[in-house]
Design a binder for this molecule. Structure first.
Ligand SMILES: C[S@@+](CC[C@H](N)C(=O)[O-])C[C@H]1O[C@@H](n2cnc3c(N)ncnc32)[C@H](O)[C@@H]1O
Length: 299
């Protein structure tokens, strides 16, 4: 049994290089092609070859080559701008792996889990999106339940079968006082977990103080000076924060700021806040995610 003891920050980022062969089937037609045209081309090729999630695969590959995580997050100007020959070749190379049914996560060489960007490499298991729910449950239990205290004051966590380290590393990033031991019978998994532990975001980027509210309250304290009447602040926060932010704003009436809406993320967690400075008219708090279970708005 191999194990990785996880702690310590440090950030390195990797990206697959592209090497080119002269034989390039399914190449898009010659000419100046935009990102949108190339996405459409490869989506059609994947579709025709029965590749699962044809359009999503094509979008991820094109976005990756253009330096973005998703096609939708690209600057709209880049959707229509002609791609360079190097970009086209890179997309061709990565798409050829997809045609061999390699999972997109292995092709891109990275994937996000709980906000952490993790290296992915075969043969190590690609974490499932639903596993994020397990992490959320553990976090809920640890933060709400009676404390299990380890030598350093945080919980002691053992993960058996860590794969890429997704669960262990996301718990460690959200519970920085914890001590996590991750074990796996596969050497490749333990090595990848070690590598992923080195890709930590700067802990300062995740350190929001005692309740994670330091930066939020700092922004909100400055907001009244920066906002016009009825001006807005939008925040992405931890799921525990909507309640805390609502209570905090109520305790700071001089700020004239009001939590007017909470939106849930695609996992159903209340993560996005709309805060407004008092203007001529004030709306009452509403959930702004039609068709979803409403997030409770405090206050
Ligand atoms: C389905 S993967 C899950 C990986 C990771 N927890 C995740 O969610 O992404 C199961 C992992 O357990 C490891 N594993 C299987 N049997 C094991 C054992 N007896 N002891 C330790 N690890 C084991 C495998 O090598 C594999 O990496």
């Amino acid at each position: 049994m191999l194990r990785a003891l996880l702690f310590g920050p440090g950030w390195r980022r990797g990206i697959w290089g592209c090497s080119f062969s002269s034989w390039q089937p399914h190449q898009p037609p010659a000419g100046l092609l935009s990102a949108t045209e190339v996405v459409n081309h490869w989506a059609a090729v994947f579709e025709e070859k029965g590749i699962p999630e044809a359009r999503e695969s094509s979008e991820y590959i094109v976005a990756h080559v253009l330096g973005a995580k998703t096609f939708q997050s690209l600057r709209p100007g880049l959707w229509t701008q002609p791609l360079t020959p190097w970009q086209l070749q890179c997309i061709q190379e990565l798409s050829s792996y997809r045609l061999q049914r390699m999972p997109v996560q292995y092709i891109l060489g990275e994937w996000d889990f709980q906000g952490l960007n993790l290296k992915m490499a075969p043969p190590v298991f690609i974490p499932r999106p639903e596993t994020e729910e397990l992490v959320e449950w553990v976090l809920e239990e640890v933060t709400q339940g009676p404390r299990v205290v380890g030598a350093e004051g945080g919980p002691l966590i053992l993960e058996v079968g860590c794969g890429s380290g997704a669960i262990s590393l996301s718990l460690l990033s959200r519970l920085p006082q914890s001590r996590v031991t991750a074990v796996d019978k596969g050497e490749a998994a333990v090595c990848l977990t070690h590598e992923n532990a080195q890709r930590y975001e700067d802990p300062v980027a995740l350190d929001g103080g005692e309740e994670g509210m330091d930066i939020i309250t700092h922004i909100l304290a400055l907001a009244p000076q920066l906002l016009k009447d009825s001006g807005s602040v939008f925040l992405e926060v931890d799921p525990q924060h909507p309640e805390l932010v609502g209570s905090w704003l109520q305790s700071q009436p001089d700020l004239s700021l009001h939590l007017v809406a909470v939106r849930r993320d695609f996992c159903g967690r209340p993560r996005f806040l709309h805060i407004k400075r008092s203007g001529p008219q004030r709306g009452s708090p509403v959930d702004a995610w039609p068709g979803r279970q409403p997030a409770r708005v405090p206050g």
